[in-house]
Ligand binder design. Structure first.
Ligand SMILES: C[S@@+](CC[C@H](N)C(=O)[O-])C[C@H]1O[C@@H](n2cnc3c(N)ncnc32)[C@H](O)[C@@H]1O
Ligand code: SF4
Ligand code: SF4
Length: 409
């Protein structure tokens, strides 16, 4: 999400006119992670040796600022698994970029060695003290057991929610702070979306909904798009063929409710066009057809500094720290490759990309983003652990046992 500070007006205006200013970027600082969430494959690729040094992060920050980046999300992997997160935040903030740090809220870790509790929260505090006001914390259910199942980590819900309470208190009264829940919408949690909005509001957060993307079965080979993730984790995917009518009814009910809540001013970060596109995608498996501005309005950088036009494409562009990168980025050759890649892509549902495009394509998208950023839920509440804990549904659990058993470990 882009912030409309005076410093950034010129870049946003230039992006609106030329559509060639990369106002949004994503940097996966590490692919290492302390969790192995069922719907995520990133943690498989973590390699500390490939990651950038603080000096390289400084160069990256300077380059991003020169290219016109306004908003940078630091994701991963788990950003707190990197000992360089604080150095990265200092470097990017020092160049005047708005930062959002994505985290699972469940401890820092080095590889799989989780360091929980106070040491993680101390690092969260350090990052806040450096000037980071925006965090996205993942939470996919209000049923602790269901969320622990998705994350493959007992106690994950309690840890993540304790982190949210901590952030809620630390960021209370901080101008421009908009901590957010990242909620992946799947077959397991469709009925929970309206309550997730109420929960977010109650603890002083906003919420962003991301429909689950069906990654390929790891055994099927990366290019085999027929062998979708739904076969690998059937309990999470929406049943597109079998029981489609019932699934469509559930999807319509869930998205109808949250679109109405958004119109009523509830703190939902996604634009209405994005929520409508999500509803269509979950029903049909089809991505939005509007085209994509990857490489123009946004780009992505991998932990080793490799530049890609977005999170998923693989074209070998010049390395982001190559001395000739800026020249390359503005060259006709880059535009040719970018068009080939984005034009040949079947699409995706990444909210940050689609909402950035939507912001510059539709008036509705523009004004909704402006409204959320100029007037972040200002009456933000501060929530202690007791408030958050009231929402925990500890007694109930509905995991489809036969599917869970069918899913490979
Ligand atoms: C890859 S994680 C990185 C940041 C951090 N480790 C976290 O979990 O928040 C970023 C977001 O992607 C979401 N995600 C992971 N796998 C996904 C999938 N298959 N489809 C949709 N979203 C997914 C996560 O739930 C999380 O909110
Ligand atoms: S915490 Fe984030 S990066 Fe790690 S496995 Fe889960 S979704 Fe993936
Ligand atoms: S639509 Fe394709 S090229 Fe565009 S951001 Fe999504 S995956 Fe990347």
């Amino acid at each position: 999400m882009l912030r409309f500070t005076a410093r950034n007006y010129a870049r946003i205006a230039a992006a609106a006119v030329t559509r060639r200013v990369p106002v949004y970027a994503h940097f996966g600082i590490t692919h290492r992670c302390n969790l192995t969430c069922k719907m995520c494959g990133i943690w498989r690729y973590g390699n500390e040796r490939e990651e950038l040094s603080p000096a390289e992060l400084q160069l990256m920050a300077e380059r991003m600022a020169r290219l016109g980046v306004v908003q940078l999300s630091i994701g991963g992997g788990e950003p707190f698994a990197s000992a360089n997160l604080e150095a990265a935040c200092s470097a990017f903030l020092g160049q005047g970029l708005n930062l959002r740090v994505l985290t699972n809220g469940i401890g820092e870790g080095n590889g799989r060695n989780v360091v929980r509790g106070q040491r993680y929260l101390d690092r969260v505090d350090r990052v806040i003290d450096l000037g980071v006001k925006n965090f996205s914390v993942s939470l996919d259910s209000l049923y602790p057991k269901r969320f622990d199942y998705i994350c493959e980590q007992e106690g994950a819900w309690d840890e993540a929610v304790a982190t949210m309470s901590h952030m809620s208190r630390r960021l209370s009264g901080v101008g421009g702070a908009l901590p957010t829940i990242n909620c992946v919408v799947s077959n397991l949690n469709l009925e929970e979306l309206p309550d997730m909005v109420r929960f977010a509001r109650d603890i002083g957060f906003a919420v962003s909904f991301l429909p689950i993307e069906l990654l390929p079965d790891p055994k099927a080979g990366l290019r085999n798009w027929e062998a979708r993730f739904i076969r690998y984790r059937p309990e999470l995917g929406m049943p597109i063929e079998a029981a489609a009518d019932e699934a469509h009814r559930r999807i319509d009910a869930a998205y109808g409710a949250i679109i109405a809540m958004k119109a009523a001013g509830e703190p939902i970060l996604n634009s209405t066009p994005y929520l409508e596109a999500s509803r269509r995608y979950l029903k049909t498996g089809r991505f939005p057809a509007e085209g994509c501005d990857a490489g123009r309005l946004y780009f992505s950088v991998a932990p080793n500094g490799q530049f890609t036009i977005c999170h998923r494409t693989e074209q070998q562009h010049l390395h982001f720290l190559d001395p000739n990168f800026e020249e390359y980025f503005h060259s006709a050759e880059f535009e040719r490759l970018r068009l080939m890649e984005a034009g040949g892509c079947e699409g995706c549902m990444r909210a940050c990309w689609i909402d950035t495009s939507s912001m510059f394509r539709t008036l509705e998208g523009f004004f909704e983003t402006a409204k959320m950023t100029l007037q972040p839920p200002s009456a933000r509440r501060t929530a202690g652990p007791d408030v958050a804990d009231r929402w925990a549904r500890r007694d109930e659990i509905s995991l489809p046992a036969e599917l869970v058993e069918a899913a490979p470990a």
